[in-house]
Design a protein around this ligand. Structure first.
Ligand code: MLT
Ligand code: MN
Ligand code: ZN
Length: 307
């Protein structure tokens, strides 16, 4: 299985258009050791030239252009077989609307995520310009299913959605039940021929026994690295909400994901969905050193992993 990080930042990207925090300013003027990042997405392949994209970021256009294997060979085609959504946040779904050029799309999502994107959304009509423009494949919690190519043949990968603590997307707050387990999932991709498993968990609101269980038997975990600390947005006065209230469990601290998650050294462990305020973005920061000393990596746009 081959994985390429298309985007590694949280919503807003790095730098964020309206932010002049130490990181955003520093990366703009080249005065910190950090690289710009687009909004979180990966693509993966069972090494056969066909690709699956996980999360359709608002930056999908440039993300496709920066990775040659995602380019079409002939006009009006694509090696992208399907797109997976882990939740309905705009930084994971908005890119679908950018893929509107009369092309059939196959989207894997839970029923709740599908409804949240399609119902009452007048913009969704742009993906209904011909019958069958979008085919939704339903991700069912706890069920391992064969991932299909666009032509319906098996891809050599399976997928299982794992319910993760989360919250509704901001535009659905108050409209949907916030404890629907289908609102936010992690995806376990398995390649039966090699036995390799990737767990892609980009939004984790709390570390529960079922989160830890969902990470078992994996070769690589890509995990929510949005915030280092609980008060990362509230301390500088950006937003009066804690990381936990935003359903992103912090990385640092005695109960942070860095200390709570499995420490198996053979396991490739990568933080993704990194907010522009997070000190781990600075390659020479103390926090970055702690992450690396614990055997974790900080994803960057263009990072490639072979499992
Ligand atoms: C999140 O990760 O919590 C969302 O992307 C937030 C947002 O939509 O602004
Ligand atoms: Mn996000
Ligand atoms: Zn910033």
């Amino acid at each position: 299985m081959f994985i390429r990080v298309l985007g590694s930042a949280a919503g807003g990207g790095f730098p964020q258009w309206n932010c002049a925090c130490t990181n955003c300013k520093g990366v703009r003027n080249g005065q910190i050791a950090a690289s710009p990042r687009t909004q979180e997405s990966i693509c993966l392949s069972a090494d056969d030239g066909d690709w699956f994209v996980v999360n359709a970021s608002p930056d999908i256009h440039s993300q496709i252009e920066t990775f040659g294997p995602l380019h079409p060979d002939t006009s009006r085609t694509t090696p992208i077989q399907a797109i997976f959504l882990t939740n309905g946040d705009l930084d994971h779904c908005l890119g679908l609307l950018s893929l509107r050029e009369n092309h059939r799309l196959i989207v894997y999502a839970t029923d709740s995520v599908r409804r949240g994107f399609t119902e009452g959304n007048v913009l969704y009509r742009t993906l209904q310009r011909f019958a069958g423009q979008v085919t939704w494949q339903t991700l069912k919690l706890g069920v391992e299913d064969t991932v299909l190519h666009a032509d319906g043949s098996p891809s050599g990968l399976t997928v299982e959605a794992v319910a993760l603590p989360g919250k509704p997307p901001i535009h659905l707050e108050g409209l949907v039940s916030s404890d629907d387990p289908e609102l936010n999932v992690g995806l376990r991709f398995r390649q039966p021929t090699s036995g390799r498993v990737l767990a892609y968990f980009p939004a984790v609101g709390r570390i529960t026994p079922s989160v830890v269980e969902g990470l078992k038997g994996t070769d690589c975990i890509m995990f929510d690295g949005t915030f280092w600390s609980s008060n990362e947005l509230s301390a500088p006065g950006f937003l009066q909400k804690s990381a936990e209230e935003l359903a992103h469990w912090p990385v640092g601290g005695s109960e942070g994901s860095l200390s709570m998650l499995p420490k198996r050294s053979a396991l490739r462990r990568v933080f993704v969905h990194i907010n522009n305020t997070n000190p781990v973005l600075r390659e020479d920061s103390q926090e970055r050193k702690l992450v690396e000393a614990a055997g974790w990596e900080v994803a960057w746009d263009g990072m490639e992993i072979t499992l």
